[in-house]
Design a binder for this molecule. Structure first.
Ligand SMILES: Nc1nc(=O)c2c([nH]1)NC[C@@H]1CN(c3ccc(C(=O)N[C@@H](CCC(=O)O)C(=O)O)cc3)C=[N+]21
Ligand SMILES: [Mg+2]
Length: 288
């Protein structure tokens, strides 16, 4: 029997925990604050930001959405980040990706106070994850949410083989680091990988984040494998689908995430979790 990993339900469970933590903070007069900066008027980004804002409100997080024109200068954008860096009511800052052409996204991310870097994209936090340094630090929300999904299966990961397909800064690379930090043997595949299928067939845990619709078929998967689909692709009818051919792979996998209703909802729930983490950590340090 194949386990369908219910990302919606897991997100609900995680959000309930986050809401409890927010309530405990409220008893001490503390409200976690999240600043979401959105530049330009990309309609998909607007929907994502609205969803995050709505979820934050439901959990008692104070979310501030700052809509900026696509014509804003790099210097003015950095100044907005500075403003939130200095605002004690804000614990997490997120700059919605992608930024319009002409703006330097890496420079903007590097300008965020690492202690408020709720996406975990700041180079300092990327380095902390890569080095597996001890202590509190934010990490990329999608792979962290995937680790929570893996935890929910209560399977032994140590020494098992994880194959991550995709090497982006947001998913593939931090995912590989987290799986390595969980004592897995990790392979990272990408667009230049030769004989991808021979590699993916060795995976006990297979994470696919390529943006290539239905790249992974039933015969690419080891029987009983855990298959995590990070794809958010549109099929020929405009319907959301993944990088994994779910209908085929579900026959062979031990566990699999659907799209939609898998990794996506967990990403948002993890963002909320990490906003509250940042708030609690700043309280522990006494610096906010
Ligand atoms: N700085 C930054 N941080 C982000 O975390 C970030 C970003 N920029 N830019 C855009 C991407 C995209 N992203 C999604 C999160 C959840 C769903 C999600 O909940 N998806 C639902 C379905 C949504 C639908 O039906 O369209 C699902 O998979 O079930 C989607 C997309 C976060 N992003
Ligand atoms: Mg999903």
């Amino acid at each position: 029997m194949t386990t369908i990993i219910d990302g919606k339900q897991l997100a609900k469970d995680l959000n309930a925990q986050t809401k409890d933590r927010v309530a405990s903070l409220a008893q001490r007069g503390i409200v976690p604050g999240l600043a979401v900066i959105i530049v330009g008027d990309d309609p998909a980004s607007a929907i994502y930001v609205r969803n995050k804002h709505k979820k934050a409100g439901q959990l008692g997080i104070n979310s501030v959405v700052r809509q900026l024109p696509a014509t804003i200068s790099q210097a003015d954008l950095l100044q907005v980040v500075t403003e939130y860096n200095q605002d004690p009511a804000i614990h997490g800052i997120l700059v919605q990706s992608p930024l319009p052409a002409g703006l330097d996204e890496q420079a903007v991310v590097a300008h965020i106070d690492p202690a408020k870097d709720v996406d975990g994209f700041h180079p300092l936090n990327v380095g902390r994850l890569f080095a597996n340094l001890p202590g509190h630090h934010p990490v990329s929300c999608t792979p962290r949410g995937i680790m929570t999904m893996l935890d929910s299966l209560h399977t032994h990961l140590r020494g098992k083989h994880a194959v991550v397909v995709g090497r982006s800064m947001i998913v593939g690379r931090p995912m590989a680091s987290m799986l390595l930090n969980a004592d897995m043997t990790v392979s990272v595949a990408h667009v230049y990988t030769k004989d991808l299928s021979a590699l993916t067939q060795q995976a006990d845990v297979l994470v696919v984040a390529t943006g290539v619709t239905h790249l992974i078929k039933e015969t690419d998967v080891k029987p009983g494998a855990i298959v995590i689909d990070v794809g958010m692709d549109r099929d020929e009818n405009g319907k959301l689908t993944g990088d994994v051919d779910f209908d085929g792979v579900v026959k062979r996998a031990g566990a699999i995430t659907p799209v939609p209703g898998g990794v996506g909802p967990m990403t948002i729930a993890t963002l909320m979790q990490q906003t509250v983490d940042l708030c609690e950590w700043s309280e522990e340090r006494g610096t906010n």
